[in-house]
Design a protein around this ligand. Structure first.
Ligand code: SF4
Length: 88
């Protein structure tokens, strides 16, 4: 998949939510490249900002988009761990 397609998917994902993609396009593009690289290497689009554990079940939690609203960074800063998604 191309980076642009990944970003479009994320945009669609955010449409009806209380969060959006980071306004900084460079950050979004870098993260899209990271997710796509992980997908190519590991078969799943893991979060580019966090380390996988090697435990397949545990690591499913790291597939982007993750359940970031339970994270401390969302509660405190209104952002996912990587600042890909930010509160509207
Ligand atoms: S922290 Fe952000 S970039 Fe990382 S997996 Fe979760 S939603 Fe994706």
């Amino acid at each position: 998949m191309k980076k642009e397609k990944q970003i479009k998917r994320w945009e669609k994902f955010t449409e009806k939510n209380d969060f959006k993609l980071n306004d900084d396009k460079e950050i979004v593009e870098t993260l899209a490249e990271g997710v796509l690289k992980n997908r190519k290497k590991h078969g799943l689009g893991y979060c580019p900002c966090r380390l996988t554990t090697g435990n397949a079940e545990e690591d499913l939690k790291l597939v982007c988009p993750c359940n970031f609203k339970v994270q401390k960074t969302w509660k405190e800063k209104g952002e996912c761990w990587c600042s890909l998604f930010i509160r509207r």
